[in-house]
Design a protein around this ligand. Sequence first.
Ligand SMILES: Cc1ncc(COP(=O)(O)O)c(C=O)c1O
Length: 391
Amino acid sequence: MLDAAKRLVAPSARSDVPPFMVMDVMAAAARIEAAGGRVIHMEVGQPAASAPASAVAAARAALSGPLRYTESLGIFSLRARIGRHYRERYGVAVDPARVVVTTGSSAALFLAFLALFEPADRVAVAVPGYPPYLHILKALGCEAVLIETAADSRWAITPAMLIAAHRRAPLRGVLVASPANPTGTMMTTQALRDLHAAAAAEGIRFISDEIYHGLDYAFPADTGAQLSGDVIVINSFSKYFCMTGWRVGWMVVPQALIRTIDRLQGNLAISVPTLAQIAAEAAFDGLAEMEAVKHGYEENRRILLEGLPKAGLDKMLPVDGAFYLYADVSRFSNDSFDFAKRMLEETHVAATPGVDFDPINGGHFIRFCYAGSAAEMHEAVDRIGRWLRPG
Ligand SMILES: Cc1ncc(COP(=O)(O)O)c(C=O)c1O
């Protein structure tokens, strides 16, 4: 192609974000399945269960009527129901006016970054962590500042780490997730409170990604909405409510940002898919059903905690919440991508290499998602054990 013609279709530098390495694992799993193999899928972070029956019924009923745009901030009755959820689950009053319905928490992250940060602003994120944090920030021209975490802080950013990074060059924001992906670890009440206090004292904006709330086993997860009205809280119907494909989530925003986010969402998307919003409101009537799903994860977690050490994977991070177990495989390999590939080929158990989540130490870890069935967990443990400890 001629240089001038090439330039016309060249992508922008900021759109050059990396893909997930797990896509390669998924493609290899698909090849095994096409050849008749039975893969146990523990690589993708999504529930095996369906949306609550109440959500499906509400969507079905709504299909026969017109499905029009909604208010950009979301259907008011859904925003009010989400506000009530904060009172019921955490005992905290959240004005529904501060609730914004979004296209999953993915769109909430994008809106939050856009509303809070200018290009070149520095935003602290924990490593290991969810890769799109870095990639969305990059696409917006912001700088993600990677804060390496370790066992002594339960794999969370501490005030000392935050302030050290801030002294090197000023930070504009910090993003935390508890329970976290990929580690499944959680921040204690004190850790969350201390980090927020340190950030607030330095004028660093605080974003709390609470997408795995409801899926806590070690101790109850605290919401950033309890800390202060200046925190941006992000959540989703994807995980606890098993609605990944419905693409609906929400955020709780400071009073002063409501109008900004209203205008951004109105321009970028007009509104969130109406059918998904209707289903989401009805999902709150399915809490008992979702608690039963959660008990299934608890049982899966128990099976893995008991079985994986016997199978040879005896080093793992605290399995506090979400449905992830982050295992240290450095006894076997320093290349988690190669380890995951071989494990898939030889045991037909698919997991995600840590390199997807951690450019520093990810070569030592793999992430298992335990949102499948108990029978699959038993079988995965069995297959891995026979692979790592033959005979
Ligand atoms: C930590 C974290 N945040 C956000 C998301 C985005 O999820 P969704 O857009 O489905 O709400 C995910 C998805 O896996 C995640 O793990």
